[in-house]
Design a binder for this molecule. Sequence first.
Ligand code: B12
Length: 220
Amino acid sequence: MDNQTPLVLAKSLVEGKIQKSWLIVGSYLENGSSLLDTYLLITNAMYQIGQWWQENKISVADEHLATATCDYVLARLQFTLNKDKFPSKRALLFCVEGEEHYIALKMLASLLEEYRWEVKNLGANLPLPYAINSIEKWKPEVVGISISQVHLLPSLKQYINEIESLAYPPTVLVGGRLLQHYDLTGYGSTQTVFINKVEQFEQWLLENALKQSLVSGEKI
Ligand code: B12
């Protein structure tokens, strides 16, 4: 990735320029970048925006506009993906109560769909009883939780504990930028999977697809 591209995209997002942002992302894909690399580009642009906010160069209002613009781009990207395959497994995604940072979940949802998962993305700020209810109803094989803020870690622990205590517990995957700075394994069990980066998530998806093809004899 050219060093300047995340910066150019970040500027365009902060200015609320939907078409221009889409052109940057779309041409990045058209020039042969993978979906994963494209998500890394968007992630880096959003991190750059966080940096500007910390340095008081932009306001919370600018951050809101950037997020809304990013959301349009992610939605448009989602529609360009090929989904004409039979879904194999189910994944339910959400953020714990109090967590509004949902952009990563949109990326994960598309990546999962690329690997033939059926996905329900419940988005930001989901209280635990609703999470449990949805899991019991839909019985996903995997529950993906995204977390960005330190003060929510105690509630993350409670979510993991309750989900893993269900009669047919799904695998709980936890990710988010906090994992770049902290070891969160103490908040989960030996069953919980903590994934720091989206590249590792794709690796996990590949291993999972491989395991499944060994069981079913189907090619991945
Ligand atoms: C945009 C933004 C906002 C938007 C949120 C928009 C939205 N609805 O998502 C708004 C303006 C609303 C906002 C609000 C706040 N924010 Co804010 N925000 C950001 C910002 C700039 C970008 C977040 C983002 O979209 N990143 C891009 C995504 C794709 O990156 P990611 O989440 O890290 O995900 C990647 C990986 O971590 C991984 N991943 C993530 N989740 C998962 C899950 C699984 C299962 C897996 C496998 C992988 C995975 O994959 C992704 C792809 O690479 C960050 C800066 C930053 N460095 O991230 C701050 C940041 C996250 N915010 C921060 C803060 C403090 C806040 C507020 C408390 C500010 C305030 N005082 O009001 C509030 C809290 C709101 C709330 N209740 O949640 C801090 C968090 C500090 C901390 N660790 O505690 C940050 C880091 C800014 C900073 N540098 O201080 N924010």
